[in-house]
Design a protein around this ligand. Structure first.
Ligand SMILES: *[C@@H]1O[C@H](CO)[C@@H](O)[C@H](O)[C@H]1NC(C)=O
Ligand SMILES: *[C@@H]1O[C@H](CO)[C@@H](O)[C@H](O)[C@H]1NC(C)=O
Ligand SMILES: *[C@@H]1O[C@H](CO)[C@@H](O)[C@H](O)[C@H]1NC(C)=O
Ligand SMILES: *[C@@H]1O[C@H](CO)[C@@H](O)[C@H](O)[C@H]1NC(C)=O
Ligand SMILES: *[C@@H]1O[C@H](CO)[C@@H](O)[C@H](O)[C@H]1NC(C)=O
Length: 373
């Protein structure tokens, strides 16, 4: 991700002599086309890049091998073997560095220029989701952290420009909701006495409220990630070992959420003048891999690549066992641990999110289009 920053190229041009000025102008124009300065990221483990490392009493922490075995910086708190979707989208957007995690005390000053990641593994849209994971940062608190700490510091750095003008150059990516089903509704916690329809409608209206908060703070370019087909994950299947194939009750629930999230893109826009939203259907992208793995370069769509920490041995049945064994051919697996996709799957999701021309995958257009608006 350490591309030479175009700004530096432009500066260099100043020292060149006259006949070379026109190529310099071309570089300048190309640079101007890159409208996105960075990303602010909110959500759960699929997009967390290390925030939970800094929480005490959290069991949703993955700062150990084999996590990060294929990541240039090793185990970092990303819930996969290599890069997550945020890292890969950052590359597509030509961001000069990884987005830093909010909870890291060294995330301050000039490190904020590419945006900040607030996501927390195990968290959900509802405040009480994640209680099972001990200590997580709810979406509510994530947005407060943006508002109370990051925004003032960013404004101070960008002295002279108005907050709305700066924030229009950032993508606001939200990837949350999976844990509200897996770690809340289907675990019989709060709200489980309501129907799945009522629960889902409540989640969507909560999320809409959070999006409005961000909009009122100056956000205008949104990326909304679907919930993955968690009913196909090794963790879900291990709970119902008698059943062959994916757990349909869970998949049907998150599918309902995704359909309503896609509708929200059209429903909320009139209330947020000047905004644009993209829905990324990672559910469909992963299901397509599970249904037709070979043509997409995958072989194992069922098992986790790493050895899981077993509940019978005091583990949680989801995350990789510390220093446990691991598959060799990681790019052929869909699932790295009991729930989270491998880097290979993240690459497919990021490519589609950025460039797909199918509205079944990105609605109403892709992130490249969003970046040009
Ligand atoms: C990223 O940089 C490449 C190479 O300079 C360029 O072709 C591409 O358009 C840039 N992407 C964006 C989103 O600006
Ligand atoms: C969660 O972690 C933070 C940071 O270490 C700490 O301040 C907070 O008290 C913890 N909360 C719980 C419930 O353990
Ligand atoms: C920013 O982080 C660095 C590294 O952790 C630290 O030395 C510095 O004091 C911090 N600056 C502020 C203003 O908090
Ligand atoms: C669900 O249970 C809560 C208490 O746990 C109660 O306040 C609420 O009224 C119940 N809702 C329904 C629809 O029964
Ligand atoms: C999205 O970008 C492509 C070029 O990559 C262009 O053909 C298409 O018209 C754009 N769509 C929208 C809705 O802007």
């Amino acid at each position: 991700m350490s591309q030479t920053r175009p700004q530096n190229l432009t500066l260099l041009c100043l020292f060149l002599f006259f006949p070379l000025i026109s190529p310099c102008i071309a570089i300048q124009q190309q640079n101007d086309n890159t409208k996105i300065k960075g990303m602010f990221v909110f959500g759960s483990s699929l997009v967390d890049n290390g925030n939970n490392n800094f929480l005490s009493n959290s069991i949703a922490k993955v700062n150990y091998f084999p996590y990060g075995i294929d990541f240039p910086l090793g185990p970092s708190g990303r819930f996969t073997n290599g890069k997550n979707v945020i890292d890969l989208l950052g590359q597509k957007l030509n961001l000069s560095d990884y987005i830093p995690p909010f909870s890291d005390p060294s995330t301050n000053g000039s490190k904020l220029v590419n945006g900040v990641n607030f996501a927390s593994g195990g968290s959900g849209i509802l405040d009480d989701t994640g209680a099972l994971a001990g200590n997580v940062t709810s979406l509510n608190q994530q947005i407060r952290n943006f508002e109370d700490y990051t925004l003032p510091e960013l404004m101070e750095m960008e002295l002279g420009s108005k907050s709305k003008e700066i924030l229009a150059q950032f993508l606001f990516l939200v990837g949350s909701g999976g844990n509200d089903y897996s770690l809340n509704y289907f675990m019989g916690l709060s709200n489980s006495n309501t129907s799945i329809e009522v629960f889902t409608a409540n989640l969507i209206s909560n999320l809409a409220h959070h999006l409005m908060r961000l909009y009122n703070l100056g956000a205008s370019k949104f990326v909304l990630m679907a919930i993955n087909p968690n009913g196909c994950s090794p963790m879900a299947k291990a709970r119902v070992p008698t059943q062959d194939g994916c757990i349909q009750t869970l998949n049907r629930a998150v599918h309902m959420f995704n359909a309503e999230l896609r509708n929200l893109v059209d429903a909320i826009r009139p209330q947020m003048p000047g905004s644009n939203l993209v829905f990324v259907n990672s559910y469909k992208v992963i299901m397509d891999i599970i249904k037709h793995p070979i043509s997409k370069g995958f072989v194992d769509v069922k098992n986790s690549c790493c050895e899981i920490s077993k509940i019978s041995e005091g583990g949680n049945g989801v995350l990789c066992k510390r220093e446990g064994s691991i598959c060799e051919n990681r790019d052929e697996y869909v699932f790295f641990d009991g729930l989270h996709p491998t880097q290979a799957v993240n690459v497919v999701i990021a490519n589609k999110a950025f460039a797909s021309e199918f509205q079944a995958e990105v609605y109403p257009f892709n992130i490249y289009n969003l970046s040009q608006m």
